[in-house]
Design a protein around this ligand. Sequence first.
Ligand SMILES: Cc1cc2nc3c(=O)[nH]c(=O)nc-3n(C[C@H](O)[C@H](O)[C@H](O)COP(=O)(O)OP(=O)(O)OC[C@H]3O[C@@H](n4cnc5c(N)ncnc54)[C@H](O)[C@@H]3O)c2cc1C
Length: 451
Amino acid sequence: MNKQITICGAGLVGSLLAIFLKRQGMDVRIFEKRPDPRKSEVHAGRSINLAISQRGLRALSEALPGLEKKALALAVPMYGREIHDLNGELHFQAYGESSQHINSIGRAALNELLITTAEQLGVAFSFDLSCSDYDAVKQQWIFTSASQQIIKTNPQEILIGADGAFSIVRTMLSKESAVQPLVDTLDYAYKELEIFSKEATGLTNKEALHIWPRERFMLIALPNADGSYTATLFLPLEGEVSFEKLNNPEAIRDFFNIYFVDACKLIPNLIEQFSSHPTSKLFTIHTNEWFNTHTLLIGDAAHALVPFYGQGMNAGFEDCRILSEIISREKDIHWETIFAEFYRQRKVNADAISDLALKNFIEMRDHVADAEFLVRKKIEKYLHQTIPDLFVPQYTMVSFTDTPYAEAMQAGIDQDSLFEEIMRIENIAASWPTEQLQEQVIAIVRKHSRK
Ligand SMILES: Cc1cc2nc3c(=O)[nH]c(=O)nc-3n(C[C@H](O)[C@H](O)[C@H](O)COP(=O)(O)OP(=O)(O)OC[C@H]3O[C@@H](n4cnc5c(N)ncnc54)[C@H](O)[C@@H]3O)c2cc1C
């Protein structure tokens, strides 16, 4: 087996993959187009965070003993959603059992931890080197620096494209293909806004993901370890209430005063932040061209998805774990076979989590404030506590287990049809939980489980 591997992209997934591969005895180098994040202030002082849950944490702990603990030391637990309604009133919805939580972690801090850990294991990092082309005849990948220094991989050298949602490796891989990658763009965009620790004292629940659901759009805020929060506004690009309309200070101020009056107080320099922070589009990437004889896509490069389930990085970390498992099981087999097996296992699950993430947007921006949805959540919790072998809520499967995403998706479809029947029980929303209703609900679950 050829053990010389180049990874394109030292983001979250590329850096973790380097750790896995190095520990498998590979000779690993990474080329990254940006400067070393440990030496440069990439986000101009802004802290951007993301949620890490079971799949991501498991991958960290299997990559290197102790790595999960180091990451968790940088994180803040989030036990549920703190819903802010239009009147500024708060309603807490737990994610699962009282001890179950996901974790908010700074993207930069986690990336730096992974880069430093990989480097300590002997992975060679080269920054400011961008993958720029592919020589299909010689089967070499080409990297270029700002000073026009050119580095080529050896002919047929293994290259793994971990170069994110805008992957050039993906573009080159699908060049010859009849079917081009599909970029499924949402009519929504997002903007990140910082809530500094001084004002963040206004958010009393520090261990929750805060949501201001407003049916067609929403604001969310995740805590940072330093007491600040990163808020993200998700809004249509065009239309009556949209980014397009928020084109002057008065419009921005009015919009926040109407829809997010309590959040306004948390961001005193709102206008300045709103005007200077980028507005970014949201999209899903679908491609079937994940590999050739010596190249593989991984993470967002293979399957970028919208962020509403908090699973993009978790799915990418799970990719790394599964690829490593396949390699360790099939040591004598050549790379193309390993890549094909990886594609077979992961594509169906990547498609599933991409769909689930789109569906969760509707749940977060709209349903979490809906009375019937809240009753359903209570019944789900009761069922999971009472008959855990027969009922596991879909959110629990996705965030707190390693159940393949495709299975979690199918379970969600089955649960929707189950709840169609449950919610037809007379007075269920108004009277839950009486003993009689509990018995009826359990009987319906048992009946469905026999089908
Ligand atoms: C608003 C938002 C919120 C999110 N929240 C969550 C969350 O809560 N939980 C979660 O699990 N996921 C979340 N995600 C998804 C998560 O950010 C991505 O899934 C994750 O960053 C993917 O990691 P990656 O390493 O594949 O790609 P990236 O993080 O994009 O890294 C790619 C790396 O490749 C480098 N690169 C790019 N092109 C080249 C080139 N030509 N040559 C060399 N290097 C190159 C880039 O500079 C970068 O360092 C969120 C995403 C968004 C947009």
